[in-house]
Design a protein around this ligand. Structure first.
Ligand SMILES: [Zn+2]
Length: 441
């Protein structure tokens, strides 16, 4: 008798575990489930002050209006190529607010594409002793020298002193515009100019080389970095981390995988040195290749952050490790779109990561090459396109705070940066409230 009671009890518990006790949502649970989803979203678990709630109301009202306008006109900037969307973004009131917002740190930037290329054209190429050559592929090379460079290569057979060359031109503005195009990827018809990833990467590397010719000249170098820091500061970015270039650098797909270099990469650890790594990984859409697997290998090799991690959704194990061990992804929306990984930024893989509150920061990769400035354009794409209407002020706050948290700063510097950022955040909230007050008058 006792035996059968125990058997029935055990059976009941098993039945409960397997079926009855499992939460089966009904239509009545919709509101609660929506709250859970919003809570899980990036920034969804942050508490808001009364002032933040008021600013969020203003921001979301403008955002909803702009999204509705995009639906109506069929011109929604995150769904368009950045080269065509840029002007529309600059007219956006959300963008105007994002420019004023203290964005914290930009953690994924490359040294020779930080500062708008217009500055290079107007300043560096007007310095004395600047020689130029036009390559057969339509690119340019620069060289500073007291006399005509002796450097000859298949790419550069003839050099001209730019100062002299400009004097014999009828339209110098048009020529300077062509230099700007050579130093960037900007073009009116990107689909035609860049039919494949290989084509755009070769052009990208060419533009990078031309920029490095100018920037690596000592008198340009110092001013270039000063002006680049100023450009980010004007965009309300308080701190940047730069990846220095070791030629050739370039397309992840075209190089060796991290696993290929594992022995070399393990040398510091074997020598007892703690060397932080910041690997690019998974900047590809070729699933299953060794480059695609970089995203897992980067984690196994103890990376501090994952540069792009575009392919991480195809690697649930890597995604889980990245989340559990708090290894953030450096999301660079405009770069991923221009370099042909994604067309419509609403479909960027980071959309599902943001919905899940996955650790991430927003960065600009190579803003100068894409015709952008600072970080606001990428924040706009992340906020409007990737995050959609679920992304609110708390999302922006979380992204900015994460950029400080996941930076390579010391703990003391992080504490000071957070204090400074909080002060600027409060000033920003006041600015938005004042803006809206003027609008209402
Ligand atoms: Zn990069």
């Amino acid at each position: 008798m006792t035996g059968s009671w125990i058997t029935r009890a055990v059976f009941s518990i098993w039945f409960c575990l397997l079926a009855v006790c499992r939460f089966i949502p009904t239509l009545h649970d919709r509101d609660e489930l929506m709250k859970v989803e919003q809570f899980e979203f990036t920034g969804g678990n942050l508490l808001s002050t009364e002032k933040e709630i008021r600013v969020n109301d203003i921001l979301m009202k403008i955002k909803r209006e702009e999204v509705a306008e995009g639906m109506e006109t069929g011109k929604f900037p995150p769904a368009m190529h950045f080269f065509r969307a840029k002007q529309l973004i600059e007219q956006s009131r959300v963008f105007d607010i994002l420019k004023k917002m203290p964005k914290g740190a930009a953690l994924h930037l490359h040294d020779y594409a930080l500062l708008n290329a217009e500055w290079l054209v107007k300043n560096a190429t007007y310095l004395p002793n600047c020689y130029i050559c036009f390559t057969a592929a339509g690119g340019t090379r620069f060289h500073f020298s007291l006399r005509s460079p002796q450097k000859r290569s298949a790419k550069c057979l003839q050099w001209a002193l730019l100062e002299k060359y400009r004097r014999q031109l009828k339209n110098v503005t048009e020529f300077d515009n062509s230099l700007y195009r050579n130093l960037t990827l900007v073009t009116e018809n990107p689909e035609e100019a860049y039919p494949s990833q290989n084509v755009i990467w070769r052009r990208f590397e060419d533009a990078f080389k031309a920029a490095s010719d100018l920037i690596s000249y000592a008198p340009v170098f110092k001013t270039y970095f000063y002006e680049a820091l100023r450009e980010f500061l004007l965009d309300n970015v308080l701190y940047i981390e730069i990846r220095a270039l070791l030629h050739p650098v370039g397309q992840e797909d075209a190089g060796h995988s991290l696993w290929y270099f594992k022995n070399e990469l393990l040398i510091p650890k074997e020598a007892g040195v703690s060397l932080p790594f910041f690997f690019h990984a998974g900047e590809t859409d070729f699933e299953g290749t060794s480059v695609d697997e970089n995203v897992l290998d980067a984690l196994l090799l103890n990376t501090s952050r994952i540069g792009h991690g575009y392919s991480i959704n195809k690697h649930p194990t890597a995604r889980r490790i990245s989340r559990e061990f708090n290894v953030p992804l450096e999301i660079c929306p405009i770069s991923n779109q221009v370099l042909l990984l994604v067309t419509d930024l609403r479909n960027h893989p980071a959309a599902s990561l943001m919905a899940d509150g996955h650790p991430m920061v927003i960065s600009a990769d190579d803003p100068a090459a894409f015709g952008a400035r600072g970080l606001s354009y990428d924040f706009y794409e992340a906020f409007m396109g990737i995050g959609g209407l679920k992304a609110e002020l708390t999302t922006l706050k979380q992204l900015a705070l994460s950029s400080i948290k996941y930076s390579a700063m010391s703990v003391e510097m992080k504490v000071e940066s957070i204090k400074l950022w909080l002060r600027k955040w409060d000033e920003f909230l006041d600015k938005v409230l004042n803006m809206s007050m003027w609008d209402e008058l």
